[in-house]
Design a binder for this molecule. Structure first.
Ligand SMILES: [Cu+2]
Length: 379
């Protein structure tokens, strides 16, 4: 695919402002309760809905990577502007004919797989891929089918979040796979946000929240998402392999190269099935191991039909269970860094231990290895 979901999203978006034509307004924002340790900072929680999206069914003779895949992009439904996003997670739910959202999540046990979803701020410059022409875009947050919850407040101990300005335009790009043959199925992408308004933080005695900057570290290179969707081919004849970033990344220095200091609040990782872990390293030393866990709940276990019995097409030898990534460890309080440091990520895969996604003729689909860190400047 996708030769790039991101590029198509950007093309769709055009100059900031024009994406608003597809502004999602169908679903109301749902307020949820937050734990007391977050509420005491003024943080609220809300769930927004994007979609519905019709995910095409798999086709018997389509041997491409994109069989059953739908890529969707629209303006992200946000809970607030002029506010700090302190926590975030994605979900997928089915939608019935009336547009009602199912209570339970759609997952691989019923044949829906979130390849990945990404939020892109069209008004910001990306830390690792500053585009020099045609405007700036910042990858703000992303996740795969594990749908983990990133908490920049570190359970209410840090007054920091991703600042969303009054004029910001944020796009949601979701790549969703239907693992079943047959008609398209309708789903929505839900986003659960923890947030605190600037108005609230400004009145707090401790002062405003710190604005966290997302940093994408990608085995496909700094601008991988913008060139080929961050997808990397599995090496030929190898099931156990590791890929690292082609070149390390350093945080921005100040004027005339002056040292600038930062604190890495949190790191999250993205791997595809077959991934064991994503190591995030500073100056060659691993500071976070983003270990992937598989099939922790039944929702993350799919049934793979067995092969047909000899001479009896359609009569299967019995299905087997396949476990998929159900969580990837996030590291809280990764620690201090500065513009002198060099950061990299290495993705470790073992397709024997955990089968990766394959095309219908058995070819390995491309993989990914991305670390997302959230930095705040310290003085
Ligand atoms: Cu991915």
């Amino acid at each position: 695919m996708l030769a790039s979901s991101f590029l198509s999203a950007l093309a769709l978006a055009g100059p900031p402002g024009s994406i608003g034509a597809g502004a999602p307004t169908k679903y109301a924002i749902e307020q949820l309760t937050v734990p007391p340790q977050l509420a005491k900072l003024g943080i609220q929680r809300a769930r927004t809905v994007n979609g519905p999206f019709a995910v095409p069914g798999m086709v018997a003779n389509d041997t491409s990577d994109d069989n059953g895949m739908g890529t969707f992009q629209e303006l992200a439904s946000l809970p607030c502007f002029d506010c700090y996003i302190t926590g975030f997670s994605f979900g997928i739910h089915y939608v019935d004919a009336n547009g009602s959202v199912s209570a339970g999540e759609a997952n691989v046990n019923t044949g829906i797989y979130l390849h990945h979803a990404v939020l892109i701020n069209m008004n910001r410059t990306d830390a690792t891929c500053p585009l020099t022409s045609g405007g700036s875009f910042q990858r703000m947050f992303g996740a795969g089918n594990e749908r983990g919850y990133a908490d920049l407040s570190l359970n209410g101990t840090k007054r920091a979040g991703y600042y969303v300005g009054k004029e910001d335009i944020i796009a949601l790009v979701a790549e969703i796979m239907n693992m079943q043959m047959g008609p398209a199925r309708k789903v929505v992408v839900t986003s659960t946000w923890d947030y605190v308004t600037a108005e609230v933080t400004n009145t707090q005695p401790e002062g405003m929240f710190a604005a966290a900057v997302p940093v994408w570290l990608d085995i496909d290179g700094n601008c991988g998402s913008y060139t080929n969707g961050s997808e990397v081919a599995v090496p030929a004849n190898a099931t156990v392999f590791s890929y690292s970033m082609p070149a390390p990344w350093s945080p921005d220095a100040g004027k005339d190269g002056a040292l600038r200091k930062y604190n890495v609040l949190l790191s999250a990782s993205h791997l595809h099935d077959g991934g064991l872990q994503l190591d995030i390293s500073k100056n060659g030393t691993i500071v976070c191991e983003g270990v992937a866990n598989y099939g922790e709940t039944p929702a993350y276990i799919s049934e793979v039909p067995g092969e047909d019995m000899p001479g009896m097409p359609g009569m299967s030898m019995g299905s087997t269970e396949l476990t998929h990534i159900s969580s990837i460890h996030m590291c809280s309080g990764v620690g201090a860094t500065s513009s002198d440091d060099h950061w990299s990520v290495t993705a470790h895969y073992n397709l024997t231990a955990h089968p990766g996604l394959e095309t219908i003729n058995g070819n390995a689909k491309p993989i990914m290895g991305i670390g997302i860190m959230f930095l705040v400047e310290t003085y």
